[in-house]
Unconditional design. Sequence first.
Length: 276
Amino acid sequence: MTVLAAGLALLGSLFFALGAALQQFEAASAAPATLRRLVRRPRWLLGGLAVAAGTALHVVALKYGPLTVVQPMGVASLLFALPCAAALRRRRPQPGELAAAAVIAIGLIGLVLVVPEHTGEPRLGTGGAVALLAGAATAALVLWAAALQAPPARRAGLLAMAAGVLYGATATLTRVLVDGDWEPWFLLAVPLPALIALALLQRAYAVGHFGVAFAALQVADPLTAVAFGALLLGEPLPTGAASTLTALAAGALTAAGTVALARTTPMSPTSLPTGR
């Protein structure tokens, strides 16, 4: 069953990466990259279906295998995404891109493996849910404001991080809805941050530095979910010197890989300035 889980998670990563590459291709060629404009593009919608399929396969994989096997397979989406995006642009991915992505993937695997699995029932009251939504909204707003005057690569990363924070908050609420004790109004609260995150992510994709945006999303989403889980749901964090050192080293690798990726990944041709 573990082999089946790993295979499903790996296939899910491929679908997720392909969907993200398709959506970025369309977002970079749309001006402006608004959801109203993008939903009229069949290839962008196809990308959304691919992302949904990848997410579903990841969830199914968790039914057949442990988190320690499934989560590292999910990180592989970063390694799949760059070749998919390059193929859509009819170019070869640069060796530096793939090397930086591999460093980020190793760092992410280290981060997800040191987080202890929580088996208890998550509980979140109204006060906790309000704090979660307010905290995520504030962080996303700060990142969005910082992105306004940032150079292109940094802007793509900051916008994607803002999306990742909101997706992480959505994931935390969804986990409570699926496995825990919750209030009825939580059902109405889930779609809004998810839609705002989707819009921010398309703006990040439109900047053109797909590798940076996708990597920032891959980092911000799970880390936000872990942080909210620890602060609001009582989920455990890594303890002990070995786990702490591993987490610090993994975080340093992830940061270094993201910086390297920002320096090596070219902008999408359709998003380059035209001079008009």
